[in-house]
Design a protein around this ligand. Structure first.
Ligand SMILES: [Zn+2]
Length: 235
C-alpha cells in the first residue's frame, strides 16, 4: 500500500495496523554484565529487577551456585531476594513456558552467577530473547582462578546483544584495578585444579579467593599483608 497520507502529513504506511503488532513485537535483548568477584554484580542484578518491577514488568530471578546457599541472589551490601536455582537439568525455555501456561507473565529474566551456566543453557536464553521476546540480564564472573573464561561467560560474550564490563573499582592490594580472581590454597596462588570450587572470600580461610591485578596474579604475589605460605594466621 502507498500514497495515502495522514492529516499530519506522515504516511500511514509507517504505522503498522494494530493487528500487525504481534508480528513485530518490541525486540528483546540479552545483556551480559561481567567482572571479577566483588564488583557489585549481584547488587546491580537486584537493582535492575527493582527498576523493571517498578515499570510494571514481571520477571524471574535465577541463580546458579549462589555463595550464600541455595536459591537466593545476595548482594554483599546486605540485600537479598529468593531466586529459582538453575540446575544442570533445568530447561530454561520450558521454565518460562510453564509460567506462561499457568497464566503468569514473564517479561524478563535476571540471571546471577551466569558464569556457571552450561553453554547450551546460554543458547536457551538466546532462544527466549529471539523467539519469545523475553529480555535477559545475565551477570557473571569473567574468568576462573587461572584467568581463563568460564564456559558460560564465554558463550555469553559470544552471543549477547550487549556486553558491559563492571568495574566498581575492586582493587588489588597494590592499588591497581583488580581483574582476576586468584584461588589461594595454603597461602599460595593455585595454578591447577577444578574450574569450579566454591570457597570463601574471607582471607583467613585455608582456601579462598582474592582479586588481584594481572601482574600480581601472574606473579602469584598476594601482597605484603598476606601470611607466608604455611604460616598460621592468628586471631
Ligand atoms: Zn597488584
Amino acid at each position: 500500500m502507498s500514497g495515502r497520507a495522514a492529516p499530519g502529513g506522515r504516511g500511514v504506511a509507517a504505522v503498522p495496523a494494530s493487528g500487525d503488532r504481534r508480528r513485530y513485537p518490541a525486540p528483546a535483548a540479552l545483556a551480559f554484565f561481567h567482572g571479577p568477584m566483588d564488583c557489585g554484580k549481584s547488587t546491580l542484578a537486584l537493582q535492575i529487577d527493582h527498576n523493571q518491577a517498578r515499570q510494571g514488568r514481571c520477571g524471574l530471578l535465577l541463580v546458579r551456585h549462589d555463595r550464600s546457599g541455595p536459591a537466593r541472589i545476595s548482594s554483599r551490601l546486605g540485600m537479598s531476594r529468593t531466586a529459582i536455582e538453575i540446575t544442570d537439568e533445568l530447561d530454561l525455555v520450558e521454565l518460562v513456558r510453564s509460567r506462561w501456561a499457568a497464566g503468569a507473565r514473564v517479561d524478563y529474566l535476571v540471571v546471577d552467577e551466569a558464569q556457571f551456566l552450561a553453554p547450551a543453557q546460554v543458547e536457551a536464553l538466546v532462544d527466549l530473547v529471539d523467539d519469545s521476546h523475553v529480555d535477559v540480564y545475565a551477570f557473571g564472573i569473567t574468568t576462573d582462578f587461572r584467568g581463563r573464561l568460564f564456559p558460560g561467560s564465554q558463550r555469553l560474550l559470544e552471543l549477547a546483544d550487549s556486553v558491559e564490563q563492571l568495574q566498581v573499582e575492586v582493587l588489588c592490594w597494590c592499588g591497581r584495578p583488580g581483574r582476576l580472581n586468584a584461588r589461594v590454597v595454603g597461602g599460595r596462588v593455585a595454578r591447577a585444579g577444578d574450574t569450579v570450587l566454591v570457597a570463601d572470600t574471607a582471607a583467613e580461610a585455608p582456601v579462598h579467593y582474592q582479586v588481584l591485578c594481572r601482574a600480581h596474579h601472574r606473579a602469584g604475589d598476594l601482597g605484603p599483608g598476606a601470611p607466608a605460605p604455611g604460616q598460621l594466621t592468628l586471631g
